[in-house]
Design a protein around this ligand. Structure first.
Ligand code: PCA
Length: 156
């Protein structure tokens, strides 16, 4: 099992969450919620209003998301679904856990220290330079008051 941190359309209640539930794609088990330890710019970009975590640690906000344990089949599926490595690249990110429903042995627990995990995340180095100047979010909601409605793939 591999841990993946999702911050965008793959989260519960967001437009692509269904692919995580479809057993034909493999398995994804919800483990908890958290946020990135380091700040990152999370922007909604391009003509389809897609959430993109720019791989520029140190700028923006600590970004909220969900942690899933995924099997190899789901990991391969998600790579393809997220057009990795063209649109996003699967990189490592350190996540501070805020709520945990998973197996406690998989949490690195240190007395007095923050509970942190190393997860995969779909971030991007392949973005238009002007995206750095878009507003930075700390949490993505496709129905948020930014008004930038996500355009689902089937409509593109
Ligand atoms: N899907 C991935 C990356 C951005 C997106 O919309 C996710 O939810 O983490």
């Amino acid at each position: 099992m591999t841990q993946v941190f999702v911050y965008g359309t793959l989260k519960r209640g967001q437009p692509n969450h269904q692919v995580m539930l479809d057993r034909a794609n493999g398995t994804a088990t919800f483990q908890g919620r958290g946020h990135t330890v380091e700040p990152y710019p999370l922007v909604i970009a391009g003509e389809h209003n897609i959430p993109r975590l720019l791989n520029l640690p140190g700028r923006g906000h600590c970004v909220a998301g969900e942690i899933y344990a995924v099997d190899e089949q789901m990991l391969r599926f998600l790579d393809e679904f997220e057009c990795c490595p063209d649109m996003y690249q699967r990189t490592q990110v350190k996540v501070e856990v805020l709520e945990w429903e998973g197996d406690s042995s998989s949490l690195e627990e240190m007395p007095g220290a923050r509970r942190t995990l190393q997860c995969f995340v779909y971030s991007t180095d392949t973005y238009a330079p002007e995206w750095v100047h878009l507003p930075y979010l700390d949490s993505y909601d496709s129905q948020g008051n930014h008004g930038l409605r996500y355009n689902p793939r089937e409509n593109r």
